[in-house]
Design a protein around this ligand. Structure first.
Ligand code: NAP
Length: 405
């Protein structure tokens, strides 16, 4: 089994350029969902409800929704599949997985492992397809009456298309969509911890995760110290290179379009007065490699604070009051993750409750794990994955009334 884990990690690095160590971490994360949901399968309890009429008994059964179509992105080519498939299989559903065009091998490798593990043929199905066919395949999966459930992870734009398709047959849907995570550093924060959290939250997978910080909001009293230490940490701890090189912490971006988006956000910010503290351009390695970048003097008028960059760009906005920071953080049409650093207990409660996101990291920059509910509010999606709630996405509740007793 260890051999399989290592092989799966190498496939991920080969497919999307992620450093091997991160890919190994993804495999552990990926396997944790299978383990978690295998255990949750034993706890799909129904209910017995006290009836209002003497001659009745009321039961609640939980049943699998049916065939689940699962559409996943390239950035976690293994974990985004198991987070869904683990729950679906535990609930008793069969699945049809459509992986991203860039990363079909991880999905197929999971198929081979499913065979080895004794999952019956036809339970875990994979339909890789070329990008030209993606829209057509997506439409079939979302409109075919045999499919009862759509679970999608990807961009908000694609999620909206799938939701429209799914409406025709009123399918159950789970949508894990884009984010625009704020990372707030208040004056009371422990700066060194905030810098460590910032580094992890921003530059994991070269900034290409939906929960990566997309904008930093730093209070004026701590701003200069935070920026100075953050820049030093970026220069010292991040190494751009080939994912198979043990020193590498930052692999390439997924494609040229992704590089162009980072460039566009930097150009726009600089043209409006932002300063480049470190990075700022394509890496000398060429192709899709990009320098980890830190910008200051950033304002909410700049593109990088208005939309998801999905790359190694850290823009820092300076703010004065807590209310101002919360207002900026919440001025987004999406709300997946949000982070803040503070050592003031009253402020911690206030801000944790006010942030319009599905997941909050308080003095913590990496917050995903199998036992925690993952998901967003606003246009970041519908439903939760992982945790004790994740299995509900694949279960129907059936009420059975026994009368005439
Ligand atoms: P994307 O373009 O939406 O692609 C995601 C998946 O959807 C891929 O399999 C893609 O196939 C497929 N797809 C694209 N257009 C489709 C259509 N019309 N019909 C059916 N399927 C379609 O997303 P991305 O840009 O690659 O991924 C990054 C986005 O995912 C970011 O916005 C990120 O925040 C989000 N994300 C969210 C989460 C979360 O849990 N909330 C996790 C990871 C990523 P092709 O590869 O063939 O285009």
């Amino acid at each position: 089994m260890m051999e399989n884990k290592e092989e799966l990690a190498r496939i991920i690095t080969a497919e999307n350029g992620k450093p091997l160590k991160e890919a190994q971490g993804e495999i552990t994360y990926s396997a944790s969902f299978l383990e978690w949901f295998a255990e949750e399968a034993r706890r799909i309890y129904g209910d017995v409800i006290p009836a209002s009429a003497k001659d009745r008994r009321v039961l609640v059964l939980k049943q699998p929704v049916g065939v689940a179509a699962i559409i996943t992105p390239w950035n976690f080519p293994s974990a985004m599949i198991t987070r869904k498939v683990g729950a679906a299989l535990a609930a008793g559903c069969t699945v049809v997985v459509k992986p991203a065009e860039d990363t079909p091998l991880s999905a197929l490798a999971l198929g081979e492992l499913a065979n080895q593990a004794g999952i019956p043929a036809g339970v875990y199905n994979v339909v890789p397809c070329s990008r030209q066919q993606t829209a057509a395949v997506g439409e079939v999966l979302c409109t075919d009456p045999l499919v009862s459930k759509i679970s999608f992870t990807g961009s908000t734009a694609t999620g909206k298309i799938l939701l429209k398709h799914a409406a025709g047959t009123v399918k159950r849907v789970s949508m894990e969509l884009g984010g625009h995570a704020p990372f707030i550093v208040f004056d009371s924060a422990n700066v060194d911890r905030a810098v460590a959290g910032a580094l992890a939250s921003k530059y994991r997978n070269s900034g290409q995760t939906c929960v990566c910080t997309n904008r930093f909001l730093v209070q004026k009293g701590i701003h200069d110290e935070f920026v100075e230490k953050f820049a030093k940490a970026i220069d010292k701890e991040l190494h751009v290179g080939n994912g198979f090189d043990a020193k590498t912490t930052q692999g390439p971006l997924i494609n040229e379009k992704a590089v162009e988006k980072v460039e566009k956000h930097i150009k726009d910010a600089v043209s409006q007065g932002a300063s480049i503290v470190t990075g700022g351009k394509r890496h000398s390695l060429g192709k899709n490699f990009f320098e980890p970048t830190l910008l200051t003097n950033v304002t909410t008028k700049m593109l990088c604070t208005q939309e998801e960059t999905f790359g190694p760009l850290a823009p820092v906005i300076r703010f004065e009051t807590e209310a101002e920071a919360v207002a900026i953080a919440n001025a987004a049409n999406v709300g997946l993750a949000g982070y803040f650093y503070s050592q003031d207990p009253a402020q911690i409660w206030r801000v944790a409750e006010q942030l319009e996101v599905g997941m909050v990291g308080v003095n913590e920059g990496i917050i995903s794990s199998a036992e925690c509910p993952f998901g967003g509010v606003k246009e970041s999606g519908l439903g939760r994955e992982g945790s004790k709630y994740g299995i509900d996405e694949y279960l129907e509740i059936k009420y059975v009334c026994f009368g005439g007793l």
